[in-house]
Write a protein that binds this ligand. Structure first.
Ligand code: SF4
Ligand code: SF4
Length: 139
């Protein structure tokens, strides 16, 4: 049994492919969608968590790459660079999961990566660029 978070990037021609359907039906994987969006260039990005047998998972990765998708690992996706943080609190206001939270009365921000749902709102909100994203392409 394997459980792994991935980012799939779709070129514009593949955005409408029923990828989730195939992952469930053909590879018997459980799919938990964390985030999906399409950028202005019509490229799609899907963040998801897959779980199932390791053999099926590996076959599904091969199939995704054969379709022309880029597949990246999402382990430790969002990191907080504490030394850059000014504890302004801008991220804690918009963080939907409570991963970034302001403690009172100290008024210090803390980051709990286990609560992060990788929405990336904090990347845009942080004026100090203290939040970073790490992606690791699956071979
Ligand atoms: S990526 Fe989203 S959930 Fe994670 S810390 Fe940033 S705002 Fe919070
Ligand atoms: S927005 Fe950036 S600088 Fe402000 S508290 Fe959050 S991580 Fe720190």
């Amino acid at each position: 049994m394997i459980k792994q978070k991935l980012v799939l990037r779709f070129p514009p021609a593949l955005v409408e492919q029923p990828v989730i359907y195939h992952l469930v039906k053909d590879y018997d994987l459980m799919v938990n969608i964390l985030r999906a969006d399409i950028n202005p260039k019509k490229e799609g990005r899907l963040m998801l968590e897959l779980s199932g047998s390791e053999a099926n998972f590996r076959q599904a990765l091969d199939w995704l790459q054969e379709q022309g998708l880029r597949v990246m690992n999402l382990k430790q996706q969002i990191t907080w660079v504490e030394e850059r943080c000014t504890h302004c609190g801008a991220c804690s206001v918009i963080c939907p999961s409570g991963a970034l939270a302001l403690t009172r009365p100290e008024m210090k921000v803390s980051f709990d990566a286990s609560k992060c749902v990788i929405c990336e709102l904090c990347l845009r909100a942080c004026p100090a660029r203290a939040m970073e994203t790490l992606l690791d392409e699956v071979k």
